[in-house]
Design a protein around this ligand. Sequence first.
Ligand SMILES: N[C@@H](Cc1ccccc1)C(=O)O
Length: 497
Amino acid sequence: MDLSYNEKIVLKAIGEKEINAVELADMTGLKVETVVHAASILAEKGLADLKEEVKSWFELTWEGKKYAVEGLPERVIHDKLPAEGMSLNDVKKEFPPQLVNIAIGWLRQKSWAKFEKKDGDTILIPLDAPQSKDEKLLECLSHEKFDGDLSEYKKELKDLLKRNLIEEKEKKERIIVITSEGLKLKEAGIEITEEIGQLTPEMIMTGAYAGKSFRKFDVDKPVQMEYGGRKHILRMGMDKVKRTLIEMGFKEMEGPMVDAEFYVNDLLFMPQDHPARTHWDQFNLKFPQYINYLPEDLIKKVAQIHLDGGDTGSLGWNYQWDEMIAKKLVLRGHTTSVTARYLAKYKTPPQKFFSVEKVFRNDTIDATHLLEFFQIEGWIMDHNLNIKELMGTFKEFYARMGITVLKFKPTYNPYTEPSLEIYGRHPRTNRWIEVGNSGMFREEMLAPYGIDCDVVAWGLALERLMMILYGYEDIRDLHGPLCDINFLRSVPVIWRQ
Ligand SMILES: N[C@@H](Cc1ccccc1)C(=O)O
């Protein structure tokens, strides 16, 4: 019979006594998968038997280990009870609440204490409490590699499992044993000659392959999948977006995830009592609560414009602007805060900037919303821009990404006029979904910087774009801890730098 090198090694190593694949790997110096693979071929040839056995055992959980050392809560409390008893109130003062909660029920169940009512309180009087079976079990299991007989502990095993103090572990084992057919072959003698598994250029050049035997490969056999490290689908999408915008002549901006409300809201002419500025919508920082510096000249102008519009011709919001509110730190709800920071530095046209960064919103999570997502922010500064510039930019950008069906809808933002929502059509559900919001910055927003030309700007959602492009129906498939690892491993490469 024709046997491969590895099959010969395995056949030589096995006998009539069962052996598992891990031990066999140890013995032969082969990898466990190699042993199993060779054994399965030997089994096909009738020379070996290969079976799977599931082994199970019990282990202490973290809490179980703790109690194995310190004693179960009912034991700890029992042993501290004075002979004349202790009132439940005192017990609660003496011991941590988690301990008391667990212990009381078990003290009763195990009859380790008497509960006597007295003057509206309950007195716990300790009774005789020899080591209980569950304590014995806990002790047994605390010895490493314990594999004694547990058949008389059925009830205690159930109890400790319920108390989450032990857990059942399982391991699959592959057991290999030789057949009589295999034995015959082995007794007739197996000659192991080395095989060349991989022909290298050196072997060809030196002729070292001559006269050697080659290992045979069955290319139809299923093999174990190998997964290398790779980029997350969202990162690939982000790279593609960035490259596309750079090709369209934009430069990249960067800004902090935690920022002062001044940049997130106030510079955007968002009144300080705007509903989007409450904790219902945005996440405040507990510590530190405030930014320590805001530029003086911008502060003055923003205060004036919120009050009466300053010299913009606007009426403002007619209220006293509060610097402390502006200094509050929040997780930014949009990356327009980054734009607000950049406008202070780049005030003269022409300018084109973008960013693809994370934003945070206190939304209700559903198929199209998470508490965080990636926003594709961008703006163009020039003379004589109008809404067509915006629509044209979106058409161009989305076409380069592969989306040609778009719808625009007028909307309202405190900081843009006119304002425009952008919708794309989902390929599977055929629904229109909002992919972004945009507009022309208002005079009230540009005046504090002294910018006297036009700025069109937008914020688009990266995840929504990916949903339309690749047909995902739930944002949670793409972003966050619910992403399926097998999906992430097998998703096609959509972009490579
Ligand atoms: N900040 C807006 C998007 C936007 C940016 C710039 C101008 C207009 C709109 C949002 O998060 O939805």
